[in-house]
Design a protein around this ligand. Structure first.
Ligand code: HEC
Ligand code: HEC
Length: 389
């Protein structure tokens, strides 16, 4: 969050964005009007929506030359006005701080999505073309939460690092869309539109609110938004030093000396140059706490592996993705069913074979060009090996 107590330099992009923003009316959620003065009076709009400012001799720059330099050595930008700052300082925090009133339905969200987002984020948020997928699904349903991955089965696929599957709170998503999207004309969506898009985001990721599915008619508002619990809410900071935490980690944190106190008294924490006085600070090195009690990842009480692959049809995927090259001789690929051929391949060791398949090798494209997870790809390899015995 910004504070006005230091002299902040506003660069061109900030001036532009806040000017656009204040030009509209932000409180009632109406779409800000992009007035043409902003673009024409002092600047020429460039292709990416940024603004170029004149410097000298007809040259331009992305930064406005500061006309009120105030003795500072930096000559770009200027000190923002209090109003500009207020318009720009619009964080939305978990717990509701900064989250305005408003509402929108899944259906409305889908319409806006089709009009303003689909060209980059793909149909139903499928991603592609370098743009993030928005619908990687509910990590809890997919058994791909951080908690599973870190604590129960490190072999299991972790969450995909996008909103539905990864982010611990939904407020970030709301704010991200309102402040950053659509990418080329950010801050043009009204609060109601953002609620509608947020509802749509939850819908395509199958995230429920208070046990309720978000169908097309579902209307999301501030009150309901605050009830969202994202699947990875507790996965980022596993409670390892609390009462139910790990014994040796608890013991470690019981002694404040371990993290910088001079004496075993919290009031005497080391506050300056603690690293230099390394004698009093036990530094936790990378992987420093390794002797976990109980050891990390021993309790494998997840459902059987196969159930991660729910809906994944090995035979069908093999036929669609691998058979064209591995089904018969002629493609230079080890043929499924050719025992000798596979014995030769497997001489490299199964892990190497998996890795070669996943990364691609010679005429074998990465994952055979199929869009499977690593685990699914391995099932396909297993299938081919099984059929070649
Ligand atoms: C011109 C292309 C473009 C358009 C149009 C666009 N986006 Fe994006 N979006 C991006 C890019 C690029 C990123 C990644 C930005 C980054 O990682 O810095 C992104 C990221 C996001 C993210 C964060 C994804 C994640 O999990 O990391 C969300 C949510 C999002 N966009 C929603 C939307 C919505 C909703 C719309 C329509 C109102 C929209 N976007 C329109 C390009 C676009
Ligand atoms: C475009 C043709 C093509 C497709 C599609 C294809 N492969 Fe291959 N694959 C090859 C070729 C060619 C090789 C031999 C590469 C070499 O070692 O020269 C190969 C080799 C492999 C190997 C052995 C790797 C090694 O270490 O020698 C595995 C495993 C494999 N493919 C799995 C698959 C799976 C699973 C699929 C389906 C998802 C698939 N491939 C789809 C062409 C293909």
């Amino acid at each position: 969050m910004f504070k006005l107590n230091t002299k902040l330099i506003v660069t061109a992009s900030v001036v532009t964005a806040s000017a656009l923003f204040t030009a509209g009316c932000m409180d009632d959620g109406a779409t800000p009007v992009i007035t043409s003065q902003v673009a024409s009076a002092t600047s020429v709009a460039s292709i990416d929506g940024g603004v170029m400012y004149p410097v000298v001799n007809g040259k331009t720059s992305a930064y406005k030359v500061n006309t009120q330099s105030q003795g500072m050595k930096i000559n770009n930008g200027r000190v923002p006005t209090a109003n500009e700052l207020a318009a720009w300082d619009t964080d939305v925090m978990h717990g509701g701080i900064g989250l305005p009133e408003g509402s929108g339905s899944v259906e409305e969200g889908e319409e806006i999505y089709e009009a303003q987002c689909v060209m980059c984020h793909g149909d139903f948020g499928s991603g592609g073309g370098g743009y993030p997928a928005l619908s990687k699904g509910n990590a809890a349903q997919l058994q791909k939460t951080l908690t599973n991955n870190r604590w129960k089965d490190p072999e299991a696929d972790g969450p995909t690092r996008v909103f539905g599957s990864y982010w611990p709170v939904a407020s970030t998503m709301w704010w991200y869309i309102r402040d950053g999207m659509p990418h080329t004309k950010s801050k043009t969506l009204s609060n109601d539109e953002v609620y509608a898009l947020a509802a749509y985001m939850l819908n395509i990721n199958e995230i429920e609110i208070d046990g309720e599915e978000l169908d097309d008619e579902y209307v999301l508002n501030r009150e309901k938004f605050l009830k969202i619990k994202m699947p990875n809410r507790d996965g980022f900071e596993p409670n390892i030093d609390g009462v139910n935490g790990l014994e040796n980690v608890r013991a470690y944190y019981k002694n404040p000396k371990n993290f910088g106190a001079k004496k075993v008294k919290v009031s005497e924490r080391c506050m300056t140059e603690c690293q230099k006085k390394s004698a009093i600070v036990t530094r936790i090195k990378n992987g420093g706490i390794s002797d976990f009690l109980p050891p990390m990842s021993v309790s494998r009480d997840l459902p059987q592996k196969e159930s991660y692959d729910q809906g994944f049809n090995t035979l069908k995927s093999y036929q669609d993705n691998c058979m064209p090259c591995h089904g018969a001789e002629g493609m230079g690929a080890p043929v499924t069913g050719d025992k000798d051929g596979w014995v030769e391949v497997l001489a490299k060791g199964l892990d190497t074979v998996y890795k070669n398949g996943i990364d691609g090798i010679n005429g074998m494209p990465a994952k055979g060009g199929a869009s499977t997870s690593d685990a699914e790809f391995k099932l396909l390899v297993d299938y081919m090996i099984e059929e070649s015995k």
